[in-house]
Design a protein around this ligand. Structure first.
Ligand SMILES: Cc1cc2nc3c(=O)[nH]c(=O)nc-3n(C[C@H](O)[C@H](O)[C@H](O)COP(=O)(O)OP(=O)(O)OC[C@H]3O[C@@H](n4cnc5c(N)ncnc54)[C@H](O)[C@@H]3O)c2cc1C
Length: 560
């Protein structure tokens, strides 16, 4: 019988940092991207890289490093993310098994699309599960040193100059990136602005359990732009895109001091349901979510319509948070931070993940882009590293890959924030939603006035329902070959029957996911790594244009 030895359990020494053949790498930020990068590099340069990863959300437990919990001030992120097969199949085998060996940890809610490789669909998985599994794996790697501490770039200058690489994977609000603003350049908000205003969406994140089957949720989600449900077997977040007015009403109230607090709006905190009816309390600040207390508030009414649309009983809304989403264009992702001296090797800095490209999450590509950036840098380093100082030319492929990721994913995400009318004027989708709600309020005021005069009500309501049903039927036709179990007309009609006319109108006017504009070829970093790679063996190439793959709503190019 063959004996399999788990090498990670042996006392394999860490590659010596003083050995000139060892690539010295510091990673600041051990979220999913920082850890995925460390593990990919470990696989591609076995025994030849010494990687040190810092994260302030970790703590030491015995001989391991683990995630801090709530009592230590770390509220783990709860969102379910969609990872495309192009990304998960590019992960090291060991990482792939760690993430997906437990079939209960993921689901395949979305159908295959242009970012699907080998016909494998995207997978929904909790971000906390990704972080847990990657950290466990990293703990077992002798070449990876985990430091449970915030990385302070000013304090660590001496150390950085002795490293070959500093990979910055600190997420969207990276301090280290700002510290090196003179190397990475200034971000440009103008491209993602309308009429000079840097566009920001505020999205309410409602933690829910939905009773709807996935095909129904997918169809409802891609048919409009107000609500988005992404879940793992019904459990996840129902996201609601807010108007400006609604965003101003996302506010907490301190029940003792009777003052309004912006904690859910600004920080933002996760407010969890309490025993008392309709109380959602922030565990950090003790505040209560005000719109839920004011039962008649327009925002709370809209939230309830969203719950009803996605088959969520009110008591199955367990927590509320909010996300502020805007985007900037970054000029570069690779920079020489320190030149070589007689005593130091020269240090290259890289922005990875959200620190490089924070992307509006509606089309679900932030983590995908981050994982691709991690894989790309690991490939570039593994092919370049010969124990000699690194050079600018070593990273042309990586920088090109980063540019491609930024262009493709931010263009798509921008088209999930705005829409262009028949006159060619571009509007923020949140403003279209606001206008629709105002028009409905005016119409209902006029209808009550008519009713009080004895006039009969207008026919606008059924036309909104019919238009929505027509739209859903069209989308269903395109999705059906890849997604069994989509609801028929009668089921949809009866499901929508309980939704009030004003909400139906908003759903209709918010538009379906715009797939014609955002469809087409996906960002594939393999393009840059197909030749001369001494370490990485590319996968067989994906089907080309003569073998068109069907589209994927979370691209989203199957609808509209
Ligand atoms: C509601 C929601 C839904 C989403 N859905 C999807 C989806 O469906 N598909 C998808 O692809 N993406 C999705 N995303 C985006 C995805 O979550 C992010 O792109 C991803 O988490 C980015 O990973 P990251 O490692 O780059 O950054 P982060 O996850 O932000 O991790 C950064 C890490 O760096 C640490 N850190 C920060 N500063 C320091 C420092 N100075 N020193 C040490 N450590 C530091 C932090 O503690 C953290 O652990 C979604 C995001 C949201 C909010």
């Amino acid at each position: 019988m063959e004996t399999v030895i788990d090498l990670s359990l042996l006392d394999v020494p860490r590659p010596s940092a003083t050995d000139p053949g060892t690539l010295r790498v510091t990673v600041s930020g051990g979220g999913p991207v920082g850890l995925a990068f460390a593990l990919a590099l470990d696989e591609m340069l076995p025994g030849r890289a010494a990687v040190t990863v810092y994260d302030g959300r970790w703590t030491r437990k015995g001989s391991s490093v683990v995630w801090k919990d709530e009592t230590q001030g770390n509220f783990r992120r709860q969102q379910v993310v969609t990872v495309q097969s192009r990304q998960y199949l590019a992960l090291p085998e060991e990482v792939l098994s760690a993430l997906f060996d437990d079939g209960a940890a993921y689901s395949e809610m979305w159908p295959v699309g242009p970012d699907s490789v080998d016909g494998r669909p995207p997978r929904n998985i909790r971000i906390a599960h990704i972080e847990d599994r990657l950290l466990e794996l990293a703990n077992r790697k002798p070449s990876i040193r985990l430091v449970p501490k915030r990385f302070d770039v000013a304090e660590e200058q001496g150390r950085i100059t002795r490293e070959h690489v500093l990979a910055v994977a600190e997420g969207g609000r990276s301090r280290t990136r700002e510290h090196y603003a003179d190397r990475f350049g200034a971000a440009d908000a103008s491209i993602y602005s309308l009429d000079g205003e840097h566009l920001q969406d505020v999205v309410l994140g409602l933690r829910v359990t939905s009773k709807l089957p996935d095909p129904m949720s997918v169809l409802l989600t891609v048919s409009q732009n107000r609500f988005l449900l992404n879940s793992l077997r019904g459990e996840g977040f129902l996201n609601m895109r807010l108007t400006r007015e609604e965003a101003r009403n996302v506010i907490g109230i301190d029940p003792v001091r009777h003052v309004f607090e912006e904690c859910i709006a600004a920080r933002p905190c996760l407010m969890s349901r309490q025993e008392e009816d309709n109380e959602f309390r922030c565990p950090t600040h003790g505040t209560l979510f005000l719109p839920a207390l004011l039962r008649g508030s327009p925002l709370w009414k809209e939230i309830r319509q969203g719950l009803s649309l996605f088959g969520v009983a009110e008591e199955d809304l367990s927590a509320i948070t909010s996300f502020r989403l805007d985007m900037v264009q970054r000029p570069r992702f690779t920079a020489q931070l320190h030149r070589p001296t007689t005593t130091t090797p020269g240090t290259y800095g890289f922005l990875l993940g959200d620190a490089a490209n924070a992307i509006h999450f509606w089309p679900g590509r932030g983590l995908n882009s981050g994982l691709a950036s991690a894989t790309s840098l690991a490939r570039s380093l593994s092919r370049a590293w010969r124990g000699k100082p690194l050079r600018d030319a070593d990273f042309i492929r990586h920088e090109a890959a980063m540019s491609m990721l930024q262009y493709r994913h931010k263009s798509r995400a921008w088209n999930a924030m705005v829409t262009t009318d028949e006159q060619g004027i571009t509007h923020a989708i949140k403003d279209i939603i606001a206008r629709s709600a105002e028009a409905s309020a005016d119409a209902s005021a006029a209808a009550s006035a008519d009713a009080s005069r004895g006039a009969s009500p207008g026919a606008a309501d059924s036309s909104d329902l019919d238009a929505l049903l027509d739209r859903m039927a069209g989308i269903r036709e395109r999705l059906a070959p890849r997604m069994p179990g989509l609801p028929g007309d009668a089921e949809l009609r009866s499901h929508l029957a309980s939704i009030p006319p004003a909400t139906l109108r908003t759903l209709r006017e918010s538009g379906a996911w715009d797939t014609l504009i955002v469809g087409g070829e996906e960002a594939d970093i393999d393009l840059f790594y197909q030749s001369d790679s001494p370490v990485f063996v590319p996968r067989p190439s994906d089907p080309g244009p003569s073998d068109p793959r069907p589209s994927d709503p979370r691209s989203p190019s199957a609808v509209g």
